[in-house]
Unconditional design. Structure first.
Length: 146
């Protein structure tokens, strides 16, 4: 059993953004030399998510609309009451909504690897989903197998 891990860097340009990282993940799998196993894509951030879905622009707009409906930006989030938080210094962002969206989406995906390729259909893509952009982020990709 072999374990290979790399970080990939991404830069978001909008507050909420679906960033297709499929090619970057495939590059990590290629470099791992692992032909059979699994790949885990993990966002070590509390205001970001990882999802697998169809990369079609109108559909990603639908995803964003649903997320905004479920977790509206203009709602009141206790996390945003910086003056009441005395245990930590705030970074100046009112981002309670971003944390809640991340909780709904999840921060990782694990995909089987077969013949050196993640087992995904041609319509599936791997997205890093930014909920608190624009920022520079890193994503951990770990490949385990033979």
């Amino acid at each position: 059993m072999k374990i290979y891990k790399r970080k990939i860097d991404i830069e978001s340009k909008a507050q909420v953004e679906f960033i297709d990282i499929t090619d970057k993940v495939q590059e990590v799998v290629d470099n791992s030399g692992i032909r059979e196993g699994q790949v885990t894509i993990y966002a070590p951030h509390t205001t970001m998510g990882i999802v697998v879905n169809h990369n079609e622009s109108m559909l990603t707009q639908d995803f964003m609309r649903v997320l905004y409906k479920l977790v509206p930006i203009d709602d009141q989030y206790s996390h945003d009451l910086f003056e009441l938080r005395r245990s930590k210094m705030a970074d100046g962002r009112s981002n309670g909504h971003s944390h809640c969206k991340s909780m709904l989406v999840g921060i990782s995906e694990t995909i089987p690897v077969e013949k050196g390729k993640p087992m995904m259909t041609e319509r599936q893509s791997i997205f890093a989903v930014e909920f608190d952009g624009a920022r520079t982020r890193d994503i951990t990709v770990q490949v385990i197998g033979l």
